[in-house]
Design a binder for this molecule. Structure first.
Ligand SMILES: N[C@@H](CCC(=O)N[C@@H](CS)C(=O)NCC(=O)O)C(=O)O
Length: 235
């Protein structure tokens, strides 16, 4: 059995971590049976981050490595029909979402005061005192450091929002009126795009990034299409 270790769901989403939601979405697309462990902690994760999986005794961390493992082990590949150029574009969009847009979104959740109120309540609100007061301060400080080390945290808020908006435009322009990023058929990059865009559009964190994404209606339609297909199958 595959067990997906992830954060407890928050913000009304399958997961407020887009990396965790990506793997769950991918498992649903691949049609592999799995169980969720929603009580995992990055402190106990093999690489200090979530998600990770257990697959019949093997533990694999990192969403991309998890998917590569599952493709190999279970001989399912939603990308089997893609040609080399499509794979190249899918890889580039995956990096854009995970290594760039992600950090702009992190800024809106953890640094922007309005977003931080939601994040603190959703992620730490149910902890017993004094952890409820202490942990958010420590984790927020750590996120600020990660943003600085990434590099994006050295820019002004306006610059970060403009960088994220350009990523959003790239995805919206490439998706255009196609049902899925690579055309008529769903593929792995859709698991990633859905998870990151739904986290932007549907989390209750108001920001210039979310406003920008909402001005590109094909993105919301795409997320809704993905949600209906993979999180409400048979409806
Ligand atoms: N490259 C990793 C990134 C995973 C990641 O950044 N997870 C975040 C949550 S969205 C995390 O666990 N952060 C905890 C921390 O940084 O302490 C993947 O693809 O799974």
């Amino acid at each position: 059995m595959i067990v997906l270790h992830q954060f407890a769901p928050a913000f009304g989403l399958p997961n407020a971590s887009p990396f965790c939601m990506k793997v769950e979405t991918w498992l649903r697309i691949a049609g592999l049976p799995f169980e969720l462990d929603n009580r995992a902690s990055p402190l106990k994760a093999p690489k200090g981050k979530l998600p990770y999986i257990d697959d019949d005794g093997d533990t694999i961390a990192d969403s991309g490595l998890i998917i590569a493992h599952l493709v190999r082990r279970h001989r399912v590949d939603p990308d089997a029909g893609l040609d080399a150029a499509q794979r190249a574009v899918a890889t580039a969009f995956t990096r854009l979402l995970e290594e760039h847009l992600y950090w702009a979104a992190i800024y809106t959740r953890w640094i922007d005061e309005a977003g931080w109120q939601h994040t603190r309540e959703a992620f730490f609100g149910r902890l017993p005192a004094p952890m409820r007061q202490l942990l958010p301060v420590l984790v927020r400080r750590n996120m600020r450091r990660q943003l600085w080390d990434h590099g994006i945290g050295r820019h002004s808020r306006d610059e970060i929002m403009a960088l994220g908006a350009a990523d959003i435009d790239a995805i919206a322009d490439f998706l255009a009126d196609k049902p899925y990023l690579m055309g008529e058929r769903v593929s792995s990059v859709d698991a990633t795009a859905h998870a990151f865009l739904a986290n932007l559009l549907w989390a209750p964190v108001d920001s210039p990034l979310r406003a920008h994404a909402r001005r590109r209606p094909n993105l919301e339609a795409y997320c809704e299409r993905m949600r209906k297909a993979w999180f409400e199958p048979g409806v």
